[in-house]
Design a protein around this ligand. Structure first.
Ligand code: FES
Ligand code: FES
Length: 214
């Protein structure tokens, strides 16, 4: 009998929340599976109380500060940030996950805020472009975007910068990787060569010990 929640065999593909669900036959001690199949009705180990559909109290930690507001559970993180918390740095371009203008971080991972429910971010740390600078000191990536003239209208820029900082942290620093891992951030002004130059600037600074941490 395996320990529930501990996978010892091949990656479990039983359910979409593998490694953390503790509800499917594999996590509960069944044999590992190698292909998706219809999920069983095994009882959930932890069932969250149902909330909504009427407005509910939501508490978000954004850039280190806690904010509490009432919103329907269907409200996206993007709308919560922009319309409830007046943080308009993350932009609404397509509102359907294709442009990247709304990119923010949740627990340090970049996410599309238009496709993320605000209520799902409770208990996690949200970081937006407003949280990147240290007081009056811009983040190195923000400075590089200015130096490299990496924007025209600027609408896509907050999302570009949040993605750019994250991709270097993720270790995608080669020139080809920079292009690939920024491909989810669209720029209608086609500032791509300058955006990539800005990212390369910060990458090179991070490899130069004479520069501070970026
Ligand atoms: S507004 Fe979220 S991806 Fe376009
Ligand atoms: S600078 Fe205008 S959309 Fe990118």
């Amino acid at each position: 009998m395996k320990t529930p929640g501990v996978l010892t065999g091949p990656t479990c593909l039983t359910c979409p929340t593998c490694h953390a669900c503790r509800t499917c036959p594999t996590c509960l001690g069944g044999e590992p599976v190698s292909a998706p199949h219809v999920p069983s009705r095994a009882p959930a180990a932890a069932v969250l109380p149902e909330r909504g559909p009427e407005p509910v109290r939501i508490t978000l930690s954004v850039n280190g500060d806690e904010h509490t507001f009432d919103a329907e559970p269907r409200v996206s993180l993007l709308d919560a940030l922009r319309e409830r918390l007046a943080m308009t740095g993350a932009k609404k371009g397509c509102d359907q996950g294709t442009c990247g203008a709304c990119t923010v971080w949740v627990d340090g991972r970049r996410v599309l805020a238009c496709l993320t429910l605000a209520i799902a971010c409770e208990g996690h740390e949200v970081t937006t472009i407003e949280g990147l600078a240290q007081g009056d000191e811009l983040h190195a990536m923000q400075s590089a975007f200015i130096e490299q003239d990496a924007f025209q209208c600027g609408y896509c820029t907050p999302g570009q910068i949040m993605s750019a900082v994250a991709l270097l942290k993720e270790g995608h620093g080669d020139d080809a990787e920079i292009a690939e891992w920024m491909s989810g951030n669209i720029c209608r002004c086609a500032a791509y060569p300058h955006i990539r130059a800005a990212i390369r600037t910060v990458r090179d600074q991070s490899r130069d010990p004479s520069h501070g941490q970026t």
